[in-house]
Design a protein. Structure first.
Length: 646
């Protein structure tokens, strides 16, 4: 049967089941009528049975009189014990026991009548063997009737309950997989129906929980999947990252939805919300980076901490992490009013015992920043505030200088002036061999922070963290694609060959916190982020994970590279070397530095140009500060090779 034929057949079955399940219960007179029919059938079966063995039976003239009397006794017993009164689909042992009592009572009465007639008239009215056979057959038929109706209603309700549900196979037949399957089956509110299990074991023909098991190779054989399966519930605990990446691709090719298996505790506690579609961040083609360092907690315990850009994706996650370490005070600073209010509501609700200050301010305002540093005497500063959208910054380079360069300079100088123990700046891989103003402005900020480390009388440890694109951050490609898919497309990609490094928000924040602890000052920390991801592959997988077919349900459109955008991002400059740290996934990039007097003078010049909104002068000075800055697909390409007066 084809998939289309099966779908039509199943739709008809569901409609029929819905109608059947609309009956609340069979009327009592119907049940009584059916039982009487069974009594009559039992009599004829008994007579036929006796005739086969040529056992004497009453004459035709006596047939209706004697058998009518037997039926009458049986019916009276049924009325006495009310065998017809129960709702059959809810039959219990008590209901079945009533039928047994009625049958035994009828048999006893008929045997007593036989005995009385035998004593008085020396003959028998009924054949004793016939009475026992009749009683046994009638009881059995009425019992089976109730059993069949009860089971039929159960299966009808099961089909109705599962109508419209996603038919899933669960990955694995281990205890955890079976426990999750039981939890799904036992929770009628979940929109899933377990129809089988997937396994790599050779004995895959066994049945588990009454459901079929499929060998993984057979399940994926010849590009076909068994009819009647909509989705696979993955057990990530038994799969390596590489296996998960490969299997998800094969499942998606067969138009199967891929779900993530939760823990049994979460499933029972949270229900539907804990089984979710596999997210694209679950498919980073590398093992997730996890950092555990007790020093991080000590560094923040009972300390005053400032987090700039604290309402943004990275900044707000840093706020959440830091709040768990029981600091004395967390100052969350941002110039975006509504997001700052949102994070305030969240933090005051989640961490009522932690003291917070939520400050609406612009980091390019030096005096405002100094007032804050003077008042709170910070031990740690996490600087995540920045303008980061490449095309927008390409149009407004002076604004990038005011925030990314001058704002970073203000904070770093004040951190040194007020003896902040550690200053951790969040940077980007776009600062490496930059092709756009945004990346160049972040590299300029890196150079100033590094140079300040060697300034005379400085005691602050200045640390920089550099990583790639963050999955799910504001304005990043993942939420952008999700919105486009939700609207039905198209999904827009700038170029079919564009690739990027990716990491998750928690990973990015753990890097920042770890760097703040391990850094000794002046370092630029980078991650081993695995292999870069092709954005086209990312889009295709996101579309398929959402249950759609690329370029069929959701169109993919190429829009061309945006100003300042390049095909490949880098984590290290061409002429840099890396040094290992105690964590195998974290390295120190040894980028060329700049003397403090030089970067300070150039930063003053570019700040003056930015205040005058002189875009060309700003970009010229950026190209002087960041020698490797070469504009790409930008109006500023003609400035390459020129230098500003130093």
């Amino acid at each position: 049967m084809s998939a289309l034929g099966f779908s039509c057949w199943w739709s008809k079955v569901e409609k029929m089941v819905t109608k059947l399940s609309g009956f609340r219960y069979l009327p009592r007179w119907v049940v009584l009528g059916v039982d009487i029919c069974f009594l009559i059938v039992s009599l004829f079966v008994t007579v036929k049975f006796l005739a086969i063995f040529k056992i004497c039976i009453p004459s035709v003239s006596d047939f209706y009189r004697e058998y009518g009397f037997m039926l009458l006794v049986n019916i009276v017993s049924m009325f006495v014990f009310r065998t017809y009164a129960g709702i059959i689909r809810h039959s219990t042992f008590i209901d079945l026991f009533k039928i047994l009592l009625a049958s035994v009572s009828s048999l006893t009465i008929l045997l007593l009548i036989n005995k009385v007639v035998l004593v008085l008239w020396d003959e028998t009215t009924f054949l004793t063997l016939m009475l026992f056979i009749y009683s046994g057959i009638s009881f059995l038929m009425m019992f089976l009737f109730r059993l069949v109706v009860k089971e039929a209603f159960y299966h009808v309700l099961e089909v109705r309950k599962n109508a419209g549900k996603t038919r899933v196979v669960v990955m694995g037949i281990d205890e955890e997989a079976i426990a999750v399957a039981k939890a799904i089956i036992g929770n009628p509110t979940l929109p899933y129906q377990v129809v089988g299990f997937l396994t790599r074991r050779s004995d895959s023909k066994v049945s588990v929980l009454g459901k079929k098991t499929y060998h993984l190779n057979d399940f994926l054989k010849d590009g076909k999947t068994p009819t009647g399966v909509d989705a696979v519930v993955l057990n990530s605990g038994i799969l390596s990252q590489e296996e998960k990446y490969e299997l998800v691709g094969r499942f998606l090719e067969r138009n199967l939805q891929v779900l993530e298996m939760p823990s049994v505790q979460k499933l029972r506690a949270k229900g539907e919300g804990s089984i979710r579609n596999l997210q694209i961040e679950d498919l980073l083609n590398r093992a997730p980076i996890v950092i555990k360092n007790s020093e991080v907690a000590k560094r923040h315990f009972q300390k005053n901490v400032l987090i700039t850009g604290g309402a943004g994706s990275i900044g707000s996650e840093i706020v959440r992490f830091v709040a768990t370490f029981k600091p004395s005070l967390v100052v969350v600073l941002d110039q975006a009013e509504t997001p700052l209010y949102d994070i305030e509501l969240e933090m005051r609700s989640r961490f009522p015992d932690v003291e917070f200050k939520f400050v609406l301010a612009d980091i390019s305002n030096y005096q405002r920043m100094e007032d804050i540093f003077k008042e709170y005497q910070f031990s740690m500063v996490y600087h995540a505030a920045a303008y980061k959208h490449v095309p927008m910054i390409e149009e407004n380079p002076h604004e990038a200088v005011l925030v990314n360069v001058q704002g970073s300079k203000n904070l770093a100088l004040l951190a040194s002036k007020y003896n902040v123990n550690r200053f951790v700046m969040v940077s980007t891989d776009k600062a490496v061999n930059p092709t756009n103003v945004m990346g160049a402005s972040k590299r300029a900020a890196e150079l100033f922070v590094q140079a300040l480390q060697t300034r005379e009388n400085n005691t602050t440890k200045f640390i920089t963290t550099r990583f790639g694109n963050v999955l799910g951050s504001n304005g990043s490609v993942i939420p952008h694609f999700k919105k486009q898919i939700e609207k039905g497309g198209p999904v827009t990609i700038t170029h079919p060959d564009i690739v990027r490094y990716f990491m998750t928000i928690p990973e990015a924040c753990e890097l920042v916190l770890e760097a703040g602890t391990m850094g000794q000052g002046g370092e630029i920390f980078v991650f081993d982020m695995g292999e870069p991801v092709k954005i086209l592959d990312l889009a295709i997988r996101m579309i398929k994970l959402s249950g759609y077919e690329p370029n069929v349900d959701i169109e993919i459109v190429y829009t061309g590279l945006r100003p300042g955008e390049k095909l490949y991002e880098e984590l290290l400059s061409d002429n840099t070397k890396t040094m290992p740290t105690h964590h195998t996934k974290i390295m120190i990039s040894k980028d060329p530095a700049m003397a403090y007097v030089d970067i300070n003078r150039l930063s003053e010049q570019i700040f003056e140009a930015a205040q005058q909104a002189d875009k060309v002068a700003v970009v010229k000075l950026l190209k002087t500060i960041v020698r490797e800055f070469r504009s790409n697909n930008s109006v500023y390409e003609e400035l390459d090779g020129s230098t500003a007066d130093a």
